[in-house]
Design a protein around this ligand. Structure first.
Ligand code: CP
Length: 297
């Protein structure tokens, strides 16, 4: 694997292999995190042109724990603000022997970027526009596999702002690759997307019926206009304890973060026994370690 641009670049066997490598990086809570020098010859540059807490921090920690040099560029105080293009920023850092670029962008940049960078450089998509977020897709699959053992016969409900969600698009692609055929997409019509292999509904109760996995999406207020009524959204679409009764009793609740508590998810659900939201965060470091290792093999 030279680059990680999209989850669609993998088949099911390759995804299982990545999840297996990531499992080897899960460390027992409370134990010290052991650093290694596996990537001592590597310099990783984090280039985040959109805000991030989880993805940026976990790539930073993953690279650091594998012994890489890490440049965590603050684009808001970089020459990007003086008009330097993303590509010129990459070429500049390439000239400083950066080997791996971890890029989050509001634009789709993964298509074609691999032909623009040097042969010795890897690019990892850390979330681009509304189109894809492959490492989030992988950590979501890892979390589901940990709880459900396999993907066979799973019913997965994805509820929220599908229109703007790169998380949902990578999840749908990843789940489809793993053979999940029962994927329900739940949102108001204004925030819906059309996917041939998914069931589309505006009813949370219908979508959650007998679900094994309930994936709640963030309402992306920064991408919505002022006419969007958050109160109305929350009345009909917030995942509450009452609505969770429609899912299977052992259903897990996921959310990529950051959460709008009380809007798309009730706090009692986010913090409840079925929630695996913080486990997703922990798995994020393991997945990013696996990805960094694999692009440098
Ligand atoms: N899930 C996710 O991508 O979160 P951040 O925006 O905080 O990285």
């Amino acid at each position: 694997m030279k680059h990680l641009l999209n989850i669609d670049q993998f088949d099911a066997e390759q995804i299982h292999d990545i999840l297996d490598v990531a499992e080897s990086y899960i460390h027992v809570p409370g134990n010290p995190v052991l650093k290694c020098n596996q990537l001592a010859d590597t310099t990783v540059a984090n280039l985040f042109f959109e805000p991030s807490t989880r993805t940026r921090s976990s790539f930073y920690l993953a690279a650091q724990q594998l012994g890489a040099n890490v440049l965590d560029i603050d684009v808001n105080s970089s020459s990007h603000l003086k008009g330097e293009s993303t590509l010129d920023t990459i070429y500049t850092l390439q000239a400083m022997n950066v080997n791996v670029f971890v890029i989050r962008s509001d634009m789709v940049i993964s298509k074609g970027i691999s032909s623009l960078v040097s042969d010795h450089v890897s690019v990892i998509n850390a979330g681009e526009g509304s189109s894809s977020h492959p490492t989030q897709g992988l950590l979501d699959l890892m979390t589901i596999r940990q709880h459900k053992g396999s993907f066979e016969g799973l019913k997965v409900a994805i509820v929220g702002d599908l229109l703007h969600s790169r998380v949902a698009r990578s999840a749908i692609s990843g789940l489809s690759i793993m053979g999940v055929s029962d994927i329900r997409l739940i949102s108001p019509r204004k925030l819906s997307i059309v996917k041939d292999n998914c069931i589309i509904t505006e009813s949370v109760e219908e979508g959650l019926q007998d679900a094994d996995v309930v994936m709640v999406l963030r309402i992306q207020r920064e991408r919505l206009d002022d006419s969007f009524n958050l109160g109305e959204y929350s009345t009909y679409f917030c995942v509450t304890q009452d609505r969770m009764k429609f899912a299977k009793p052992d259903a897990i609740v996921m959310h990529p973060g950051p959460m709008n508590r009380g809007i798309e998810i009730e706090s009692s659900v986010a913090d409840g026994e079925q929630s695996v939201i913080l486990q997703q965060v922990t798995n994020g470091i393991a997945i990013r370690k696996a990805v960094l290792q694999l692009v440098r093999e």
